[in-house]
Design a protein around this ligand. Structure first.
Ligand code: DLL
Length: 426
């Protein structure tokens, strides 16, 4: 089903007009209520009263994570702090957390976006939906929770962890939908050992591949759907795949304006080209963001989808601008490594990349493990060499490979840690 056909199937010209109007209102609100934006907009010579909307998008300043850090925690609010109904945060890897403040209306909008996402993935009123994203400051749990309630589902707020109990609940309460990270879905699949069947899974918050999708779908028998979002913008629900096509994530364009730019120059890139996703909020009250540099790499496609929706679609996230590894001068995205690992049916979909330094040279080691059903050979030299060869063909980089026994690598309950970089900072 389509949760909001009027918004999701709107003719493109009509949507562009709506976006232009909302963009003008957002620029005006940012200028009027956020001193930081007033200064930046004035410096760029943008006068809200004369701002033409979409055609002048390029005149608006970018906002970066550094700007958010600098104005931590509430420096970019466009409403008095008393009007905040809730604050979430994303831990980030270093430094201050990134704050996600919501007014009541923002929470409402967020629920609506997550309800649309669940419906995109095959959800319907009356479904039992098991939410195994972490609840708390992380936006995954409560975001999907309220979205599922909005759709009219029965929600099981399981949160992450205690996997055996999760399986019991999934089975006993008859869940048809599961919401959790793709890495946690694989862990749950392992524990369930075929005893849980689902209609759909709504998986995001970390990069994953189509090969990973195939493994999750084989384990649970349903559609494994990619959902995207980030705390700064709203949390999950910015974009989500449809179950009909699974060919790009439909962006909720009446609420978020998407561009893809060259990460180095900031210049807009044409449709289909991979670059950094830049998002402008069109309906947010608490912290409207203009041209926010997400750091996430993807491309955009326009045109009506097989599912009937007319919203632009973003490709799967290829990686982050800042998680591209540079190993002996070669650029490597962990997702490329994942694709190589999962080509082999004898390996489990769990892996870790360890980077170290030996005699001033980078060393990359890929740690994988045998699939549970595989009888490992006594001497795995040939298997390791074969994997190292395929990695070299894909990445142009020599790496060492270790194949562990099934179950040896750490399992994730939230966002998986794929890379351990033990090189000295240069
Ligand atoms: O991860 C929100 C979320 C929760 C999305 C549940 C989907 C499902 P943050 O913790 O702020 O918010 O992290 C946001 O996670 O900039 C991406 O780098 C990454 N990310 C999120 N979804 C995807 C995805 C949540 N589907 C950061 N594919 C983003 C790849 C993703 N990366």
């Amino acid at each position: 089903m389509i949760f909001d056909p009027a918004a999701e199937c709107m003719p493109e010209a009509e949507r562009a007009a709506l976006q232009a109007e909302r963009l003008r209102a957002t620029v005006a609100a940012a200028h009027a209520s956020v001193p930081y934006y007033r200064t930046r907009l004035d410096a760029a010579g943008v006068r809200p009263a004369a701002f033409a909307g979409l055609a002048e998008l390029g005149r608006l300043p970018f906002t970066t994570k550094a700007d958010l850090r600098e104005h931590y925690p509430f420096g970019l609010l466009a409403v008095p702090r008393e009007q905040l109904a809730r604050v979430h945060a994303s831990s980030g890897t270093r430094g201050r957390p990134t704050i996600a403040p919501y007014t009541r209306a923002d929470l409402d909008l967020w629920s609506e976006m997550c309800a649309r996402s669940l419906a995109l993935g095959g959800g319907a009123p009356g479904d039992v939906v098991h939410v195994a994203y972490g609840y708390g400051l992380f936006t995954g749990g409560l975001g999907l929770h309220y979205g599922a309630e909005r759709l009219g589902c029965t929600v099981i707020p399981a949160s992450a962890g205690q996997s055996q109990r999760q399986i019991t609940l999934l089975r006993d309460l008859g869940a048809v939908g599961l919401a959790c990270t793709p890495s946690y879905a694989l862990h749950l699949a392992e524990v369930a050992a075929g005893s849980v069947r689902l209609r759909y899974g709504i998986h995001g918050a970390e990069p994953w591949t189509d090969a990973m999708r195939a493994r999750i779908e084989a384990a649970f028998g349903g559609d494994a759907i990619d959902i995207y979002g980030l705390s700064e913008i709203i949390g999950p629900g910015v974009a989500c795949e449809c179950r009909e096509a699974k060919d790009g994530l439909h962006i909720q364009e009446d609420a978020f304006l998407a561009e893809v730019v060259d990460p180095a120059t900031g210049a807009p890139l044409p449709e289909g080209e991979v670059g950094e996703l830049v998002l402008t909020t069109l309906r947010k009250e608490a912290m409207p963001l203009l041209r926010y540099r997400t750091g996430d790499l993807c491309s955009l496609t326009r045109g009506t989808c097989r599912c009937g929706r007319t919203t632009a679609r973003m490709s799967r996230i290829k990686g982050r601008v800042d998680d591209m590894l540079i190993v002996r001068g070669v650029n490597v995205f962990p997702s490329e490594i994942e694709a190589v690992v999962l080509e082999s049916p004898h390996l489990a979909p769990h892996y870790q990349v360890v980077l170290s330094q030996e005699a001033a040279l980078d060393r990359m080691e890929l740690q994988v493990e045998w699939a549970p059903a595989t009888q490992p050979p006594l001497d795995d030299t040939a298997a390791r060499a074969e994997l190292a060869h395929r990695l070299f063909e894909r990445l142009g980089l020599h790496s060492d490979v270790t194949i562990h026994a099934s179950g040896a690598l750490p399992r994730s309950e939230g966002k998986a840690v794929r890379v351990l970089d033990r090189r000295r900072p240069s």
